[in-house]
Design a protein around this ligand. Structure first.
Ligand code: UDP
Length: 283
């Protein structure tokens, strides 16, 4: 499990609970981070109903919990709230270009509802809610098999298997290293001025998918071929880069880990986690 290293911390407690059924049995709380949702396209497309429910009913349960205890609430929304954006880079004021029925709608619309619900609680009950829109994040202890760009390319490169670029690979993303994102989440939670605000959290260093494949291949010391496959199923956003002026001004935050550094650390962690057996089996 990816939280094993926390088990010995005296202040750490793991409660396994289905948020869709109700708030977890926690007693008094003073901070509520709602991070409970699949975030990988194959993950949320495999679980469309659970994705919608955890961001709607699950949000309601956590907002009730936060409201009852006067706790601060942080909702992990997403760059997918902008859909396939017609504005570039994406500022928080952009309202997005989202399909209500397309193959990503169970995630995009659920997250947009989760944002609206947080604001409704703030207006109706004075809940100390804040929203962050998280752009693509990567790093050690992420699931090597969750189907996203970074895990796929690293595992494929380490196994010397074909690296699967969907479509022509000219679509862009901006990848943020996990420790930077965590620092941004923490600051958004602790900043009183962030209450009632929506803030982008991401790294504006934008590259094409093909460039990511090439960089990962090089850093992994791999000779894997890069192949072009069918484009991803529908509505794959063509360009994505956060405007983080607001995060800089409001939270004093910006990412510090450079792409190549973060990828090198992630490759090392995946190499250690997967082990020689795992890596040899498919080559
Ligand atoms: N992608 C790819 N090959 C893969 C996995 C992803 O070309 O094996 C592309 C995907 O089509 C998208 C980008 O990489 O354009 C990022 O995909 P990811 O699933 O990581 O997240 P998204 O940003 O689409 O939510």
């Amino acid at each position: 499990m990816n939280i094993e290293h926390l088990a010995d911390w005296p202040s750490f407690q793991l409660v396994e609970h289905d948020l869709i059924e109700g708030a977890p049995p926690l007693g008094a709380v003073d901070r509520v981070y709602h991070l409970a949702s699949p975030a990988s396209p194959p993950g949320y497309q495999r679980h469309p109903l659970e994705t919608m429910r955890v961001n709607s009913e699950g949000s309601r349960h956590l907002l009730d919990l936060a409201t009852a205890h006067g706790a601060s609430y942080l909702y992990a929304s997403t760059s997918e709230a902008y859909g396939d954006p017609l504005e570039h880079p994406q500022r928080e004021s952009y309202r997005g270009n989202v399909s209500t029925t397309g193959p990503r709608s169970m995630y995009d619309e659920a997250k947009r509802y989760g944002e609206a619900l947080a604001m409704a609680y703030l207006r109706a009950h004075g809940t100390l809610a804040r929203i962050v829109r998280i752009f693509n994040t990567y790093g050690p202890r992420s699931d090597p098999h969750d189907g996203r760009l970074v895990p796929n390319f690293i595992v494929q490169a380490l196994r010397n298997e074909p690296m699967t670029v969907y479509g022509d690979g000219q679509q862009t993303r901006s990848l943020c290293y996990v420790s930077d994102l965590v620092e941004g989440l923490y600051r958004a939670m602790e900043c009183p001025g962030a209450t009632g605000e929506v803030t982008n959290l991401g790294n504006p260093d934008e590259h094409t998918v093909l460039e990511f494949a090439t960089i990962i291949r090089e850093l992994a010391g791999s000779s894997a071929p890069i192949i072009y496959t069918e484009p991803a199923v529908g509505d794959d956003p063509q360009r994505r880069r956060p405007d983080i002026d607001k995060a800089r001004a409001l939270l004093g935050w910006e990412p510090e880990v450079a792409l190549r550094d973060g990828l090198a650390r992630t490759i090392a962690a995946f190499r250690a986690e997967l082990g020689p057996g795992d890596l040899a089996c498919a080559s």
